[in-house]
Design a protein around this ligand. Structure first.
Ligand code: 13P
Length: 254
């Protein structure tokens, strides 16, 4: 896979952080100082920040994503937001299946599969998160866990839509912990992920984007992003600090 051409993507997942005013300040700074338009930047912001984020990033290389959606288009689902509603206001990406949603909100593989289909049918690109727990890592079942998660997530997804799914490999134990797998492990696991998708869909390897997420910062980004099977990063904590986030985006060219 070493000769694949990469279209690098750096996505920030703000999680439940930043008011619209704070979002405005951060995005204005990002627009001024982002020296790397070749790297696709996606900001996955809280729902209430989406309108300001979209209006500030029109005609830039920055795209806006949400962090979740519901799988029905409309109806009596108090508190939910549909993929269709996100699409109508200009959202391009949606994170689905983040481990925090799986753990704190009991999201199942079946619900994640429904959300993915709904998002794709609405014309959104999906950032599907998968990853193993520390226990699964210690039991040497990382590959098995990820393959099951991918197969369940992509169940009956039309082959023509699979290229609109970006997979983010996020080991749960690495999220917010300051720890990451080593770069060779990250590369190896992203290769397993790519091969799994290739087996399911028969689309070309170039069309599959795989991000790494979990404690990416300005110190480790360059070597992680240089791995042949890694097409970019999904950045949590470090995306909230604009200087740190810019260093991660810009390290790709230096
Ligand atoms: P951290 O970068 O804070 O570890 O979070 C990663 C993450 O969960 C991104 O979705």
């Amino acid at each position: 896979m070493g000769n694949r051409s990469k279209n690098l993507i750096i996505a920030g997942n703000w999680k439940m952080n930043k008011t619209p005013k704070e979002a405005e300040i951060l995005i204005n700074k990002l627009k001024l100082e982002n020296k790397n338009p070749a790297c696709k930047t996606v900001l996955c912001v809280p729902f209430i920040d989406i309108p300001v984020a979209i209006s500030l990033t029109k005609n830039t290389s920055i795209s806006i994503g949400a962090q979740n959606c519901y799988f029905e288009n409309y109806g009596a689902y108090t508190g939910e937001i549909s993929a269709e509603m996100l699409k109508v206001i200009g959202v391009e990406y949606v994170i689905i299946g983040h481990s925090e949603r799986r753990i704190y909100f009991n999201e199942t593989d079946e619900q994640i599969n429904k959300k993915i289909k709904s998002a794709l049918n609405s014309g959104l690109k999906v950032i599907l998160c998968i990853g193993e727990t520390l226990q699964e890592r210690q039991n040497n079942i990382i590959g098995e866990k990820l393959i099951i998660q991918i197969k369940n997530a992509l169940n009956q997804v039309a082959e023509s839509q699979i290229a609109n799914i970006i997979i983010a490999y996020e080991p749960i134990w690495a999220i917010g912990s300051g720890r990451t797998p080593n770069k060779a492990e990250i590369n190896h696991i992203c290769e397993i992920i790519r091969n799994t998708v290739l087996n399911i869909s028969k689309i070309s390897a170039e069309k599959i984007s795989i991000l790494y997420g979990g404690s990416i910062d300005s110190k480790n980004a360059k070597e992680i992003l240089a791995q042949p099977n890694v097409d970019g990063g999904l950045v949590g904590g470090a995306s909230l600090d604009i200087e740190e986030f810019l260093k991660i985006i810009n390290c790709v060219i230096n």
